[in-house]
Design a protein around this ligand. Structure first.
Ligand SMILES: [Zn+2]
Length: 275
């Protein structure tokens, strides 16, 4: 008789295929509500689940955070400090003394992080502005050409921003420049979980003309009513390119009903500047 050994507990599996809904997710979809411990505001509360596309859904009744924001918060609380992990973003902001650059100026994560002493935030207002310029009292930054000094920050955060940058790896290089050694860029992006190469959907040439390789795809953007163009959708190729720039990148695949992190696409990346 052949004895089957138990499979090892720790392993990395790629590609990451979408899976059927878990029992907890079915419960959340059916009842449109679920109890959680929110890892942003720290409250034991409920999330409202309005549809089965969980990524920008599952809204905390206390702080209005949604699923993807709690994914970012999870990695923030677990990664940056060398001491014990922070239990929620509230504790992280109160106890962590870091210089933080966030590439958005609104939303729940911004609202919490803005309590920190050395916090900088910006938006992209278009090519007619210069990085560092104030537009309607908000700072404009082009991530491909930041106005900050070298090694200015411990932490950079971007949530679903890099797919809209025409040369995303130039922007990653800039972020590498402004990070201190040991600093990190924590980010989310649209990511093909079963592919191996980035999909270049559009590019800009030296005459600033846009070339399309696929049907133009736009995401909703509060700053532009026509939406914002998607230049790239990333895949595992991105990890190699980040490595070539000097980053060591962790890829987190998160699922935690306890924190209201649902779905099979909870991916957060943490690019660490080690040298
Ligand atoms: Zn909350």
């Amino acid at each position: 008789m052949i004895m089957r050994k138990k499979a090892p507990v720790n392993y990395i599996k790629y590609p990451i295929y979408a899976r059927p809904f878990t029992l907890t997710e079915k419960f959340a979809i059916t009842f449109k509500i679920m109890p959680i411990k929110c890892n942003i505001c720290g409250h034991i509360t409920f999330i409202d689940v309005t549809n089965d596309n969980f990524r920008e859904n599952c809204i905390c009744r206390n702080c209005h955070s949604f699923n993807r924001q709690r994914q970012i918060a999870f990695v923030l609380c677990n990664s940056i400090t060398n001491k014990r992990r922070n239990k929620d973003l509230t504790e992280f902001c109160n106890t962590t003394n870091l210089s933080v650059f966030n590439t958005e100026t609104s939303g729940t994560v911004h609202n919490f992080l803005s309590r920190m002493k050395d916090y900088t935030c910006s938006e992209y207002f278009g090519e007619n502005h210069i990085s560092g310029e104030l537009v309607n009292n908000r700072m404009h930054q082009d991530l491909m050409s930041l106005s900050f000094n070298d090694e200015r920050f411990d932490l950079v955060i971007s949530t679903d921003v890099f797919e809209h940058i025409s040369d995303p790896y130039l922007a990653h290089k800039e972020i590498y420049r402004v990070l201190r050694r040991g600093g990190r860029h924590i980010f989310t992006i649209p990511f093909y979980q079963t592919d191996f190469s980035d999909e270049v959907r559009a590019s800009i040439d030296i005459n600033k003309e846009i070339h399309y390789y696929h049907e133009p795809l736009y995401h909703i953007d509060p700053l532009r009513k026509e939406g914002i163009l998607v230049f790239n959708i990333f895949s595992i190729e991105m990890l190699t390119k980040l490595s070539n720039l000097g980053f060591r990148t962790n890829m987190y695949h998160l699922y935690s009903p306890y924190y209201g992190i649902l779905g099979s696409n909870g991916l957060v990346f943490e690019a660490i500047k080690e040298k």
